[in-house]
Write a protein that binds this ligand. Structure first.
Ligand SMILES: *[C@@H]1O[C@H](CO)[C@@H](O)[C@H](O)[C@H]1NC(C)=O
Ligand SMILES: *[C@@H]1O[C@H](CO)[C@@H](O)[C@H](O)[C@H]1NC(C)=O
Ligand SMILES: *[C@@H]1O[C@H](CO)[C@@H](O)[C@H](O)[C@H]1NC(C)=O
Ligand SMILES: *[C@@H]1O[C@H](CO)[C@@H](O)[C@H](O)[C@H]1NC(C)=O
Ligand SMILES: *[C@@H]1O[C@H](CO)[C@@H](O)[C@H](O)[C@H]1NC(C)=O
Ligand SMILES: *[C@@H]1O[C@H](CO)[C@@H](O)[C@H](O)[C@H]1NC(C)=O
Length: 705
């Protein structure tokens, strides 16, 4: 296994001579490409205006693909991961300057937007086990041997201590407490030990434990014998907790006071902390009491855990943390569109990391810089996009998507009226295999683009072909999770979104082992997966920025909604009618069919006169606005900031249905209501979804009813 972050593997004489070499290499590459790839169609400004766009943009797409450099990607990643760079700390400013100066050196219009927000850091923690045989053990709290890495903690956990017996809570789901009660296990006042999983957020786990009278929570991530500790946030909801739903700016803006009762909903009531799988095993393997329920045992990775407790081991746990106002920095680089500068394609990735951040998130940051480098190259060759491309490098994502959320809140009106799509890459490379999440109208585009990008792990075959061979098709996830910066864009602002990554479930997630060394040894030894993600990301942006008619297919959305409706019908009992949704989908389908026909007709229209241009623009606006129809001013019940009724979080996680969160939430909520009230609540959510689909259908039709 990894022992320490071995920095000496790549020897650079010094930073400054290194950057010089890098800049030199960059200009050499640039010269090379300028000589090798002279555009075959001369790209004079007038030509650009009257082009028949496809061959012209194809030409630039090909140059984009052929100008990839795994060496450059490795260099970026090495630089970004030299030190741990937690948001709000001085080393994080170094990465800010690195990204900013890189964009500037490429000649891109660059600016930094600062926000002062409430962050949270640990100041003291301890965990001692007193075993029944009389021996005591101070348990390790972080990975040993790392300096400069923040000790393992849960951001926004309240300070507190607990002295009590531990009890195993499995995933901490409602059904786990029911199982424990069935065994007669007392968990009130105990310290809950929870394994991460089953789709519950850390916040949901801790809140639920608090509601059940548990005194404190220790969370671990299952894995092979491994000392890594998974840091994370336990804040509920997104964005700066002191400016919920609005942008407070750098200073002087309205903010909640720290004693405001609204914050009780954002932060858990009891302290919690992450521990390693090793530490959890030491505690759990010493426990007595009832044996584990069979269902828990089935997929448990450790075979030393047999009983749920409580005790007899006694734990003494203390966590002291500090909440602090810190300034965070979002960085933007902009390529102005030449024909529709007021339409935006946004590529985003966060920059802040719990530790070194080689996977999370700087594999994505390297890809962002690489796409920027290659777009700058295209510009030198005469390209300028039809629409505006914005690169966003977010800060403080790990604390709860704070940088991106504050920016989305501030720019809500412009995003709502002008943003075509948001393309997110967080942990670009976690291992082998291509994965994507998307809103369904972008599925086809993803297929087309992955046909053009080489599979990094086999020869002469595209990513698309590989996926077809291995799992029949690219398995596109939907974006109901709130685990990266697409959440504010899609779930608050209704911007069609995509999320891309290579590999999933990497073992060093949020631990001190997420370093450049891990990437070189395990994640992506030749940096070809980085090349592949950059290729898909950049091509998506080129298509969305340059296609005269937006590459959106709403028939995929129709099919997906029909599938949701059918799945849902299996979960319903009683008098609940899905008919409103069925009828709304019919309208949505009619609108999608109609616009598909119009898109086809207009794509054949090569005229560039004012009226033809305007007709395309009107069509594109309908394609762009349809997604906003799914937003609802009231938002999700109990999570009102989340406005999207098709994709969004459920109030307490726990259901495997990751769509129509309002309806699914109403189905799984079963407390405090009689049967009739419950059915009425579900029916109400069904109506809300039906109305949202109708709104989307109207937007797609484009005319007033
Ligand atoms: C944002 O913060 C950086 C780093 O502290 C600072 O250099 C810069 O001047 C700030 N920008 C603005 C617009 O305040
Ligand atoms: C909250 O703190 C402010 C000062 O920071 C104080 O004036 C106010 O009385 C406090 N409110 C409550 C409810 O404690
Ligand atoms: C006491 O019990 C713990 C947990 O079962 C075990 O790890 C430890 O080695 C034991 N100590 C002694 C002195 O037996
Ligand atoms: C529990 O740990 C705290 C902090 O390390 C310590 O101050 C306290 O004395 C301990 N309590 C017991 C009962 O061991
Ligand atoms: C890949 O394609 C190249 C050129 O077309 C060919 O020379 C090579 O043999 C192919 N490799 C494999 C593994 O098919
Ligand atoms: C880049 O890829 C080539 C070909 O796979 C490989 O030989 C080289 O070592 C890679 N460079 C880096 C920095 O990983």
């Amino acid at each position: 296994m990894l022992h320490k972050n071995n920095i000496t593997k790549m020897v650079f004489p010094s930073i400054s001579s290194f950057s010089f070499l890098f800049i030199l290499a960059f200009f050499l590459l640039l010269t090379l490409y300028t000589t090798l790839h002279r555009p075959t169609t001369t790209a004079t400004p007038s030509n650009k205006l009257h082009q028949n766009d496809r061959p012209h943009s194809l030409h630039y797409q090909n140059i984009f693909l052929s100008s990839a450099s795994n060496y450059t990607l490795a260099t970026y990643l090495r630089h970004l991961t030299l030190q741990p760079h937690l948001a709000g700390t001085p080393p994080s400013l170094q990465t800010t300057l690195y990204v900013k100066s890189h964009f500037e050196a490429l000649g891109l219009e660059t600016h930094v937007s600062n926000h002062t927000v409430l962050l949270s850091y640990p100041s003291f923690s301890s965990l001692t086990a007193h075993f029944s045989n009389g021996s005591s053990l101070d348990l390790p709290l972080s990975e040993p041997g790392f300096s400069g890495v923040v000790k393992a903690y849960h951001a926004y956990s309240p300070s507190g201590s607990a002295l009590g017996q531990p009890v195993f809570l499995n995933y901490g789901r409602e059904q786990d407490y029911i199982a424990l009660r069935g065994l007669g296990v007392q968990f009130k006042g105990c310290i809950g030990i929870v394994r991460r999983g089953a789709g519950l957020s850390r916040n949901a786990v801790v809140e639920k434990a608090a509601a059940h009278g548990v005194a404190a929570v220790l969370m671990y991530t299952e894995g092979e014998k491994f000392a890594g500790v998974e840091r994370g946030t336990v804040m509920k909801g997104l964005g700066d907790p002191l400016s919920p739903g609005w942008w407070a700016g750098v200073q002087g803006g309205e903010r909640l006071r720290l004693n405001d009762s609204q914050l009780n909903e954002r932060f858990p009531a009891i302290p919690s902390m992450p521990v390693s799988a090793d530490t959890a095993e030491i505690i759990l393997s010493s426990m007595e009491g009832a044996p584990l329920p069979q269902e828990w045992r089935e997929n448990l990775k450790s075979n030393k855990i047999g009983r749920v407790g409580p005790g007899p081991v006694l734990l003494n746990f203390t966590y002291l943390g500090e909440k602090k106002m810190e300034t965070i920095h979002n960085i933007f680089a902009v390529i102005r569109g030449s024909e529709e500068p007021d339409r935006f394609i946004i590529l985003g990735n966060h920059r802040d990391a719990w530790t070194y951040g080689a996977v999370d998130p700087n594999s994505g940051t390297s890809a962002l810089l690489e796409v920027g480098r290659r777009f700058a190259l295209l510009m030198r060759l005469g390209w300028s996009p039809r629409r505006t491309i914005v690169f966003g490098s977010w800060d403080a994502e790990e604390f709860g998507m704070i940088g991106s959320t504050e920016w989305v809140e501030k720019n809500l009106v412009s995003l709502g009226s002008k943003a075509i799509a948001y393309l997110n890459v967080d942990c670009a490379v976690q291992g082998p295999g291509f994965f994507a999440g998307a809103t369904p109208q972008l599925d086809d585009l993803l297929f087309e683009v992955t046909k053009k990008v080489k599979d990094p792990d086999s020869e002469n075959i595209s990513i698309f072909e590989t996926c077809k061979v291995t799992n029949k098709a690219i398995n596109i996830q939907r974006l109901s999770g709130v685990d990266s910066d697409f959440a504010p864009f899609l779930q608050h602002a209704g911007v069609p979104s995509i999320d891309l990554y290579y590999g999933r479930d990497f073992p060093v997630y949020h631990t001190a082992f997420d370093s450049y060394d891990w990437m070189v040894n395990f994640g992506d030894p030749l940096f070809q997966r980085h090349v592949a993600v950059s290729g898909v990301w950049g091509l998506l942006a080129l298509r969305l920025a340059d296609d005269p008619i937006l590459p959106f297919n709403y028939l995929s959305y129709v099919a997906q909604l029909q599938e949701y409706r059918n799945t849902l019908s299996n979960f319903l009992e009683g008098d609940i009618s899905l008919n409103p949704i069925t009828l709304a989908i019919q309208d949505f389908k009619a609108a999608a069919d109609e616009i598909a026909e119009q898109v086809k007709k207009l794509s054949e229209d090569e005229r560039m006169d004012e009226f033809s241009v305007l007709k395309k623009r009107m069509l594109n606006d309908r394609l762009m606005f349809a997604e906003r129809g799914f937003l609802d001013a009231e938002g999700l019940q109990g999570l009102r900031w989340f406005k999207h009724l098709i994709y969004g979080p459920q109030i307490d996680g726990g259901s495997e249905l990751n769509f129509l969160p309002g309806v699914v939430g109403a189905i799984s909520r079963n407390t405090g209501m009689n049967k009739g009230e419950r059915q009425e609540a579900i029916q109400h959510e069904v109506w809300r979804v039906a109305r949202a689909i109708e709104r989307a259908a109207c937007a797609l039709k484009g005319s007033l009813t």
